[in-house]
Write a protein that binds this ligand. Structure first.
Ligand code: LLP
Length: 409
């Protein structure tokens, strides 16, 4: 599924052609479909409706305030990993009792704010962090609800840079350490141990790793007899970035979780990011130059790796489509690249592509998750605008950064 469709030879997002938008807004820009966003959230919620989980949208995947407000309206909570994300979630109107805070390096300042705001759970990732939360809670005369993150030593079978579940990664506590720490927390006066959290990685398209996690949790619960009020299963559900690519079977996952919950009085928390926003946005970009080099044709776009890091960081492939359909083709070695001075500033290689010329527009699809949120000002390039489409309406939901602001320091 994708938010863009071909209509009368023009690619459209909802009821607007991308060409109309490209002429109106300064390229490159992100362009979101609000309908797709809502559909994704509601469909996720419906798939798991029999277990009524708390769905905490993972803000790191997309932190646009407008998007957060829309998700809040349809019932989303938030998974945050910094005080910045926490304050943004609150600003979007998300209630503290729907916010969970993960991350291996929460600072004293961040913990203080999280405690004062009374969020649902601080998911601690080490004994030192637990001690610090206890100490700060004592100073503030509070009893803080925490979760502890388990490192299950289970591989998510995903790209190594977005895999978090193995014992070689910095995340969570290993099985025995986890149990020992839970016992210690039980004795701490200013902490309430309410949650167990686990997140084994992102873009996981195979159900088996999730199955393994659930069976490990079953074993752990039986062995320890700890009554967790919440089990936070994290996010990680993978989407398909191109036709015929595998995506996670959510129905199967929901069935597994349902079975896991039998005879247990536990509320499940999910922290989905990519599956909610991934397919909601495309980047619209202009072809600046077409450059021939030997047998190769470089198509130089005005979008760079600073705007979409995923190809350079993870070798991710985002489909590139011309926004106007033509039946004519070019073929040979074709490489789409950006303007940044790094050889990793490349997006896609193709053997053939619809005929395209300088000044034409293309779109890079499935850029809604970890697109804008991972972007930077590298090469002193402004962050690009974000546009949101609903039906036939479009609006700016983040202005393109002003170059004058950028050159001040
Ligand atoms: N919960 C925790 C604790 C996480 O670390 C993450 C993602 C999520 C939830 C959300 O995972 P999702 O449902 O989106 O897979 N920049 C990379 C992805 C990094 C994921 C980091 N953690 C990318 O562009 O593929």
């Amino acid at each position: 599924m994708n938010s863009i469709k071909l209509r009368k030879n023009n690619l459209c997002i909802e009821n607007i052609s991308l060409l109309t938008l490209a002429k109106k807004y300064h390229t490159p820009f992100y362009c979101y479909s609000l309908t797709q966003l809502k559909n994704n959230f509601v469909s996720f919620k419906n798939t798991f409706k029999s277990i009524k989980p708390l769905i905490c949208f993972s803000i790191k995947s997309n932190s646009n305030l407008f998007i957060l407000k829309e998700l809040k309206k349809i019932g989303s909570g938030a998974d945050v990993v910094s005080v910045g994300e926490l304050l943004k979630a609150l600003r979007a109107g998300i209630k503290p009792e729907k916010i969970v805070f993960s991350g291996v390096g929460k600072t004293e300042e961040e913990i203080k704010i999280a405690i004062k705001k009374k969020i649902l759970l601080i998911n601690a990732e080490s004994e030192s962090e637990v001690n610090l939360i206890n100490k700060i809670s004592k100073k503030l005369s509070k009893k803080t609800s925490i979760g502890i993150r388990l490192n299950p030593n289970i591989s998510g079978k995903t790209h190594k840079k977005i895999s978090t579940g193995s014992k070689y990664e910095k995340f969570g506590l290993l099985y025995n350490d986890f149990i020992n720490l839970c016992k210690k927390v039980k004795k701490m006066k200013n902490l309430k141990l309410e949650g167990l959290s686990v997140h084994i990685g992102s873009q996981i398209t195979d159900i088996e790793p999730f199955e393994k996690v659930l069976s490990l949790l079953n074993k752990l619960l039986k062995k320890t007899n700890i009554n967790f009020k919440y089990i936070d299963l994290g996010g990680g559900m993978g989407i398909s970035y191109a036709k015929k690519e595998k995506e996670i079977n959510l129905k199967k996952y929901s069935q597994l979780v349902k079975n896991f919950l039998k005879k247990k009085n536990i509320r499940i928390i999910f922290e989905p990011g990519r599956i909610i926003v991934g397919n909601t946005a495309s980047i619209i970009s202009k072809v600046i130059y077409i450059k021939k080099s030997g047998n190769k044709r470089f198509i130089v776009l005005d979008v760079g790796m600073n705007n979409l890091m995923r190809p350079a960081l993870y070798g991710a492939k985002h489909q590139i489509l011309p926004i106007k359909k033509t039946n004519k083709k070019i073929s040979g070695e074709i490489e789409f690249v950006g303007p940044i001075c790094e050889s990793s500033d490349k997006f896609l290689n193709q053997k053939s592509f619809p005929r395209i010329k300088e000044g034409d527009y293309v779109c890079l699809t499935h850029a809604g998750a970890y697109g804008m949120s991972l972007s930077s000002n590298y090469n002193v390039r402004p962050m690009i605008a974000e546009i949101l489409v609903t039906g036939s309406k479009h609006r700016l939901i983040r202005k393109r950064q002003n170059l004058n602001d950028l050159i001040k320091n």
